[in-house]
Each structure stands twice: as structure tokens, then as C-alpha cells.
Write a protein that binds this ligand. Structure first.
Ligand SMILES: Cc1cc2nc3c(=O)[nH]c(=O)nc-3n(C[C@H](O)[C@H](O)[C@H](O)COP(=O)(O)OP(=O)(O)OC[C@H]3O[C@@H](n4cnc5c(N)ncnc54)[C@H](O)[C@@H]3O)c2cc1C
Length: 449
């Protein structure tokens, strides 16, 4: 019998396994796919160059994943180019200095936004640390977050900018999202002030060779403790030990189990005893999002010749943002973009040729005819992946995070939870996955001590 059996060889599962092995415990990682990494994956282009099809950027405060990157001697690379940002609004494309969005705010608006963020962060801290205050102010904390923004940020410019930064960090600011939910997101998520700084935001660093190189290094170290191509179909968890039943009928017994499946996948697995009903209800209300990450490959990064960064945003079309992900010298130009939400939903049912055309049309409207003839198109439709079920990460509907978010990661006897969606900090990010893996391993180690 193993000390611990871990379901899933993504960042959370590999981190937990590595930590338990370092504590001298006997571990097995059961992975459904025939590769490790989960939502971190490399694609290979015709010339052998890699592109990152899943998680890619490490941002400020992502210290646990940065530590792993360092440990395995992997190098990090910054964003490749500086230059103007292309913005396409109401059909008209315009180049703007990349800092212009911030400088569009008047000094008064900047001060207004700054003090609003500080107030929000202080409230978040209070909510985290002072349970009696949270209880006493329950009704006030239930007010609409957008209402709080309107009353606390005096200028329209600051209110608009706040909404944009919030959406980038946590997903759409939906009607019905309460101040308390906003504060919990702020407590768990990235550094909002950092995101406002033009060079200190979320998308700071990449790993040379892709984050997939990190997951491969971790899996190499774990050796034959990682078993690929072995979907778990049933989890049995008793008071003293648990059993994973695999698709081929094999039974893997362990004293503890760590499940790293995103909530929606986790509740689809058969569990004995069954999981608490609130888990299924929570999973039901967690939209996993729909993202197709796509690349256009050009002979060279043509945008740089015009003083452009390759970064663009648009108010229409299926691909509304692009980034230059060209690496190294003398490489082909890589323009990465996302099909998201309803556009991704409808286009994922169509052909790859049509999606390529839609992406090319979008970048031609932004960058001009020079973008019309890419050499190659590569994509990953994450909603079509049975063992992921939508991406980037889960997005909690209003009320769900407040009610069940913090307890999602609570153990049920010998069954423990890890994964980006279970993390109290950097929820939904690779950093959250790593931290949750460390937390779950610490809990298991404590039980076995
Ligand atoms: C397109 C995209 C872009 C992203 N960009 C970023 C970014 O730039 N920065 C960032 O920080 N984050 C980003 N993310 C999010 C990040 O990739 C994830 O948060 C993180 O990789 C999740 O790791 P995890 O271990 O929690 O889950 P996963 O990686 O999903 O791991 C779960 C594992 O369980 C396996 N599994 C599923 N079902 C079974 C089963 N029945 N039996 C056995 N195994 C099973 C899966 O195959 C998988 O390997 C992005 C994600 C996507 C998709």
C-alpha cells in the first residue's frame, strides 16, 4: 500500500508528489493522459520550435513556481519586445504607446484609483483577519461590488480602469458579484497594483523551453512513480485508507489520496462514500470557461519593424487580444491570441481552417495586409479536452466562492484536494496550483507523522 496516491500529474499533483517524496514517503501519481503537465503543454512547430498551448506567464508574487523553476536550473525570459500597442476600436486600428492607457488618466484619476485599491486591499485584509467584523458587517459586505466602486471611486476614468484591471485578473465583473466576493478574489488573486504598472503586471516572465519543461523535469525526478495513460474512474475512501480504481479495473491502494482534478471533473468521478452534495452544486456553478489558444507563425516578427510590440486589443472579432511570443534571436515571428467565451464556443464546433481564417482576418484588420500570409497556424481547444473540461481555470458564479470557495480544499478523511481552483492564493493560476500541492502534501505528511 502506498502512503499517498495522487490523481493527476499537472503542476499541483507533481508538486505534491515531489514534496511527499522529499519527506521520505511512498507515492504514486496516476495520470489519465499519456503526458504530464495537464493544462501546461507544449506544441511543436514545423521547424521544431515550441509554442506554449496552455499556462505560460509567471507574474509578480508567483514565488513558489519561481522557486521550482530556479531549482531545476531553468531560465526565465521576459516579454520579447517593447513598442507600441495596436488598438482597434469601432473598426479603426491605431498604434498607442503601451503606457498610454495608464497615462490617459489624469493625475486626479490616478490618485483616485490608487486610494480605491488601497482601501480595497485593507478591507480584504480585515475580512481575512477579523471574523467578528465580517459577521457584524455582513449586510454591508453583501452590497454589489459595482455599487461599492461607484461610491468609493469618484472619477469615471478610475472606475472604468478599475473594472478593466479586475476583469483581467478575475474574469468578468458580473451583475450580482458582492463586495465580499470581490474582497475574497482580491485576497486570493494577483497583485492589482502590480497589474497597473506597465512592466510589472501578471504577464511578466516565461520559462525557457516552456513551463512544460518544468513539469517534465519534476516528472523525470519522480521517475516510475508517475503512471501515464491510466484514467481513474472511481475513488473509494474509508477512515484508514483509500483505493483508486483505474479504467482497466486495477486497484491502487494508499493510506491517503490527493485529488487534483478541477471541481467539474472531480464530481464526475464515482466516489464511495459519495461526495457531499454541496460539492456537486458548487461545481455546477463553476463555469470552466472556454478558451482556444492559437498561434500564427510568420517568417519574422514583422510588427517590430514598424515599432510595434505585437500586443493588440480590439473591441470586436473572435480574437480580441494578441501577444508577441517570439523567443530568441533570428526566430520566426509568433503572434499568439485567444478565442474566448461565446466566440470560442461557436468556433470550436467549426473547422480548424475556418478558425485560422478568423484569426488571420482579425490580425489583418489590426496590423494590415502584411499579416495576411502566415506560414503556419497552431491551436489548442481546451474545451475539447476530456481531462480538462474548459479553461483557463474555473470561474466562480456570484455567491459560489463566498459560500463554498474556501472549504473546497478541506479534506474528507483520507481524501485531500489540490489544484489551481482549490488554492486560497492565486486561485486559477499556476502559482495557485503549486501552492495547493504544497498545502495538500503538508496535510498528508502531518497525518502520517
Ligand atoms: C490556455 C491557457 C492559458 C493559461 N495561461 C496561464 C498563464 O499564463 N499563467 C498562469 O499562471 N496560469 C495560466 N493558465 C492556468 C494554468 O495552466 C492552470 O491553473 C494550472 O496549470 C492548473 O494546474 P493543476 O495541476 O491545478 O490542474 P491540471 O493541470 O488540470 O492537472 C490536472 C491533471 O489531472 C489529470 N486528470 C484529469 N482527469 C483524470 C482522471 N480521471 N484520472 C487521472 N488523471 C486525470 C489531467 O490530465 C491533468 O494532468 C492557463 C491555462 C490555459 C488553459
Amino acid at each position: 500500500m502506498f502512503d499517498c496516491a495522487i490523481i493527476g500529474a499537472g503542476l499541483a499533483g507533481l508538486t505534491a508528489a515531489r514534496d511527499l517524496v522529499r519527506r521520505g514517503l511512498d507515492v504514486v501519481v496516476i495520470e489519465a493522459r499519456d503526458r504530464v503537465g495537464g493544462r501546461v503543454e507544449n506544441g511543436i512547430l514545423a521547424d521544431g520550435q515550441y509554442v506554449e498551448l496552455g499556462g505560460q506567464w509567471i507574474g509578480s508574487g508567483h514565488d513558489s513556481i519561481a522557486e521550482l523553476v530556479n531549482h531545476y536550473g531553468l531560465k526565465t525570459i521576459g516579454n520579447p519586445s517593447t513598442g507600441h500597442l495596436m488598438v482597434r476600436l469601432r473598426g479603426k486600428a491605431k498604434a498607442l504607446p503601451s503606457s498610454e492607457e495608464t497615462s490617459e488618466l489624469t493625475p486626479f484619476e490616478v490618485a483616485d484609483l490608487g486610494s480605491g485599491l488601497v482601501r480595497l486591499r485593507r478591507l480584504g485584509q480585515r475580512l481575512r483577519e477579523d471574523e467578528a467584523w465580517a459577521k457584524a458587517n455582513h449586510v454591508w459586505l453583501s452590497q454589489d461590488l459595482t455599487r461599492w466602486v461607484k461610491t468609493n471611486l469618484r472619477t469615471v476614468g478610475a472606475q472604468k480602469r478599475f473594472k478593466k484591471v479586475y476583469q483581467t485578473a478575475f474574469g468578468p465583473l458580473e451583475e450580482g458579484t458582492t463586495l465580499q466576493e470581490g474582497l475574497m478574489e482580491v485576497n486570493s488573486g494577483p497583485d492589482l497594483e502590480g497589474m497597473l504598472a506597465s512592466n510589472g503586471g501578471l504577464n511578466q516572465l516565461r520559462v525557457e523551453g516552456g513551463v512544460h519543461a518544468l513539469t517534465e523535469a519534476m516528472a523525470d525526478e519522480l521517475g516510475d512513480r508517475v503512471r501515464l495513460g491510466s484514467p481513474v474512474v472511481r475513488v473509494e475512501h474509508g477512515p484508514e485508507s483509500g483505493t483508486l480504481v483505474l479504467a482497466d479495473g486495477e486497484r491502487v491502494e494508499a493510506r491517503h489520496i490527493i485529488s487534483t482534478l478541477p471541481p467539474k471533473l472531480a464530481v464526475k468521478l464515482e466516489h464511495e462514500p459519495p461526495l457531499a452534495p454541496w460539492r456537486a452544486e458548487t461545481a455546477e456553478k463553476v463555469a470552466s470557461g472556454n478558451v482556444i489558444k492559437a498561434y500564427l507563425v510568420y517568417d519574422h516578427p514583422f510588427w517590430r519593424e514598424g515599432g510595434l510590440s505585437g500586443q493588440s486589443s480590439a473591441d470586436d472579432g473572435p480574437v480580441r487580444v494578441t501577444f508577441d511570443t517570439t523567443t530568441g534571436e533570428n526566430r520566426r515571428g509568433l503572434l499568439m491570441g485567444f478565442f474566448e467565451g461565446a466566440d470560442a464556443d461557436s468556433l470550436s464546433k467549426r473547422s480548424i481552417t475556418l478558425r485560422k481564417r478568423a484569426f488571420v482576418d482579425s490580425v489583418v484588420r489590426t496590423f494590415g495586409d502584411v499579416a495576411a500570409e502566415p506560414l503556419e497556424y497552431v491551436e489548442r481547444d481546451w474545451s475539447a479536452e476530456d481531462y480538462t473540461g474548459g479553461c483557463h481555470g474555473a470561474h466562480f458564479a456570484p455567491g459560489v466562492w463566498t459560500a463554498n470557495g474556501p472549504v473546497l480544499s478541506e479534506s474528507e478523511g483520507v481524501l485531500h484536494w489540490a489544484g489551481a481552483e482549490y488554492s486560497g492564493r492565486f486561485n486559477g493560476y499556476m502559482e495557485g496550483a503549486v501552492r495547493s500541492g504544497l498545502d495538500a502534501a503538508a496535510v498528508v505528511a502531518l497525518h502520517l507523522a
